[in-house]
Design a protein around this ligand. Structure first.
Ligand code: CP
Length: 311
């Protein structure tokens, strides 16, 4: 792997497969059943310029469960960002303080910009409507745990235009032979350049606006939130808000093994009456952020999981 993780192109398929195997070995440590201080003495900087619950907290959990430590930029209002400090200068500080940093930023390309400014590894925790590669690692892990393979029928639903999780995940899944169905209204369709890239790499892609007719053949349904904060105009958001909603009554013809995923947070895309069906995988998925990020951090710091945890 390159020192930085900005997009999934920074990882080879072999590296992704190795990380998924390592993540499985780290499950007991992620749950706190065993203590493995593999990252003792290492310090991670959590640099979040946009809200986050899962990415920020699971990186912190991953580091601390492995004996490492974390410093947070904290609320922007109490940082020097409010005094006008630039992203470049802020990242220069964390470059001196920490051994690795996670950056979430509203601007697409910010993670690459920070990586160019820093010597320590920069992990992209989401850059605007760009990429979210560490989310993809936990998504792939969740799919592999449920189905044992990745060459499946995966249906992605909702905000495919601004959704960085689906941008990164579609790239990765296409490399492992998945069939991808993109379901969105025209205003939120997967960007043409991403579809062209995926097709050029041999991906099998179907585009539709209809969720219901695509449910029976799905192995994975990946719901996403319509991201109000990315719309330049609130009226445009209101035209598509609430367009796709999945409820228990929609699941009568789905495959028994089908899983429903969502990067979370959800608003109204998945009714709570789905939560206690065997298809609901989104809370396990969120937990998997800890093991996936543990595996990534160990890899970055050259820790051999097989040696430490056994084959
Ligand atoms: N999935 C995800 O990125 O969640 P957060 O925005 O809470 O980090």
């Amino acid at each position: 792997m390159a020192d930085d993780l900005i997009t999934m192109d920074d990882l080879t398929n072999e590296q992704i497969e190795a990380l998924l195997k390592d993540a499985e070995k780290l499950l007991p440590a992620a749950k706190g059943d065993v203590y493995l201080p593999l990252l003792e003495g290492k310090l991670l900087g959590n640099m979040f310029f946009e809200p986050s619950t899962r990415t920020r907290m699971s990186f912190e959990t991953a580091m601390k469960r492995l004996g490492g430590n974390v410093v947070n930029l904290g609320a922007l209002a109490s940082s020097s960002v409010t005094k006008g400090e630039t992203l470049f200068d802020t990242m220069k500080m964390v470059d001196g303080y920490c051994d690795v940093a996670v950056l979430r930023h509203p601007r697409q390309g910010a993670a690459q910009y920070a990586a160019d400014a820093c010597d320590i590894p920069i992990l992209n925790g989401g850059d605007g409507a760009g990429h979210h590669p560490t989310q993809t690692l936990l998504d792939l892990f969740t799919i592999k745990q449920a189905h044992g393979k990745l060459n499946l029928n995966v249906v992605m639903v909702g905000d495919l235009r601004y959704g960085r999780t689906v941008h990164s995940l579609s790239h990765a899944l296409s490399r492992f032979g998945a069939n991808l169905t993109f379901i969105a209204p025209p205003a939120l369709s997967m960007p043409d350049e991403i579809i062209e890239d995926l097709k050029a790499s041999g991906a099998n892609i179907t585009v539709s606006e209809d969720l219901v007719s695509n449910l029976p053949s799905a192995d994975v349904i990946y719901m996403t939130r319509i991201q109000k904060e990315r719309f330049p105009d609130e009226d445009e958001y209101l035209k598509v808000a609430g367009i796709y909603k999945l409820s228990r009554k929609d699941l009568k013809d789905v495959k028994e093994s089908m899983i429903i995923m969502h990067p979370l947070p959800r608003v109204d895309e998945i009714h709570p009456n789905v939560d206690n069906t065997p298809h609901a995988a989104y809370f396990d998925q969120a937990f998997n952020g800890v093991v996936a990020r543990m595996a990534l951090l160990c890899f970055l710091f050259g820790v051999d999981i097989s040696k430490e945890v056994g084959k």
